[in-house]
Design a protein around this ligand. Structure first.
Ligand SMILES: Cc1ncc(COP(=O)(O)O)c(C=O)c1O
Ligand SMILES: NCC(=O)CCC(=O)O
Length: 436
């Protein structure tokens, strides 16, 4: 009999429509997901799992939140797509700016990839320069110039560069180790007048979760300002999830609390949460830069389904439900899970480190210290992670199928779900140390 995975692989390359969904990093065959509600997903065999993937970020309110589903149903009934501006897409853009002031102007797109790709084009168009700087192990979607030393599915596969990217394109991308102030200063000293942009994740979350070293984002901002380069902060994953104003907001609040002027991104990208599970992403930033976009300026960018009314309805309903209380709850859940998992592993004698960035966290098995660079993250014990993944799956917990991803919590992850995850981790840790 053909398994579902075999049937899928006979038509979809690798059986998937996005590589991170394959189980290549952990082994085995994925079971299709049939439905999801709250903190739980149900597979096609009717088995339920506490979901720690959350659609890779969007499901911050839990799956199928009634208010969001109702907004989508009502929007769909009014027409699926018009190809003309609607009131709600203006409202969503205003909602983004109200929470994230550096997004003075906003262009809605459908995917994070489009947002970062446009940011790079805009930075090049505005500066007349070619070179961009990115950091190894960070992921910014799959446009050519950013598919160099990339994280996420590429890190999982151990091939961080993609075939099909021309040598010329790759040569215009300078890759530096994350968090390395000297490497960054040296790159500006050597290539400064050629650098159009530096792009970074506000906090890296595609090589596992990494806490940005204190002052690193500020240093990038300063060097960009001094050299006339554009600072692109990618908050596709962290935006409105790591905290109410993304990871930038966490650093801003820390700065304001100590009387320091916060650093600012020139351009910022969002995705995931702002679509609430539907395809919405955005590029935002300084008005003078954003106004270089067509139809005002010479940098072209477009999209048949950009600002799609049904997708925007999901995003707007989601954003409006994201109150301070929701973030406080997410924070408590992330603390309980990250600390709980760590305590259990410590007690069982399983060497590990936990990476944290606001409400985001991930567990690095085999490491004594939370990593900063991709090289350090890549030294984790991925085979042990594979065993953890499968043991948890058996116990009804669905982790991202890769050691290089963040564990996502939602507002619907409560006491029951937290204890369920911790029990599963405890059972695995005890069996792991019984038969190392
Ligand atoms: C930081 C970051 N940037 C960009 C992207 C690309 O977004 P999308 O998958 O919507 O194209 C992702 C995730 O996929 C991401 O995590
Ligand atoms: N952290 C990795 C992603 O969010 C990627 C999702 C995808 O490419 O399907």
């Amino acid at each position: 009999m053909t398994t579902f995975a075999q049937r899928a692989a006979a038509i979809l390359p690798g059986g998937v429509n996005s590589p991170v969904r394959a189980w290549n990093g952990v082994g085995g065959e994925p079971v299709p997901i049939a439905s999801a509600r709250g903190a739980w997903v149900t597979d096609a065999n009717g088995r339920e799992y506490v979901d720690m993937v959350g659609s890779w970020g969007p499901a911050i309110l839990g799956h199928a939140h009634p208010t969001v589903v109702q907004a989508v149903q009502e929007a769909a009934a009014r027409g699926l797509s018009f190809g003309a501006t609607t009131v709600r897409e203006v409202e969503l853009a205003e909602e983004i700016r109200a929470r994230y002031a550096p997004a003075e102007r906003v262009r809605l797109v459908s995917t994070g990839t489009e947002a970062t790709m446009t940011a790079i084009r805009l930075a090049r168009g505005a500066t007349g320069r070619d070179v961009i700087v990115k950091f190894a192990g960070l992921y910014h979607g799959h446009s050519d110039s950013l598919l160099v030393a990339a994280g996420s599915g590429l890190a999982t596969a151990g091939v961080p560069d993609s075939a099909g990217v021309t040598r010329g394109t790759a040569a215009d991308t300078i890759v530096l180790p994350y968090g390395d102030e000297n490497a960054l200063t040296d790159a500006f000293a050597e290539h400064g007048p050629r650098i159009a942009a530096v792009i970074t994740e506000a906090a890296p979350a595609n090589m596992g979760t990494v806490t940005p070293p204190l002052g690193f984002n500020r240093l990038i901002a300063t060097l960009c300002r001094n050299e006339g380069a554009v600072f692109v902060v990618d908050e596709v994953l962290t935006g409105f999830r790591a905290g109410p104003a993304g990871y930038w907001g966490i650093e801003r609040d820390a700065d304001l609390a100590t009387g320091v002027d916060p650093w600012q991104p020139d351009l910022v990208t969002f995705g995931k949460v702002i679509g609430g599970g539907m395809p919405v992403a955005a590029l935002g930033g300084r008005a003078d830069l954003m106004e270089q976009l067509a139809p005002l300026g010479p940098v072209y960018q477009a999209g048949t389904l950009s600002g799609n009314p049904v997708a925007v309805a999901a995003g707007l309903a989601t954003m409006r439900l994201l109150t301070d209380d929701v973030y406080a709850g997410l924070s408590r859940t992330a603390d309980a899970l990250a600390t709980g998992v760590s305590d259990i592993l410590t007690e069982a004698g399983v060497r590990h480190a936990v990476g944290r960035a606001g409400t985001l966290f991930s567990v690095f098995l085999g490491l004594a210290q939370a990593p900063v660079t991709f090289e350090q993250a890549a030294a984790q014990d991925t085979a042990a992670f594979g065993r953890l993944f499968h043991a948890l799956h058996e116990s009804g917990v669905h982790l991202p199928p890769s050691a290089f991803e963040t564990w996502f919590v939602s507002h619907q992850h409560g006491h029951v779900e937290i204890e369920h995850v911790l029990d599963a981790v405890r059972a695995w840790a005890n069996s792991e140390t019984a038969h190392p």
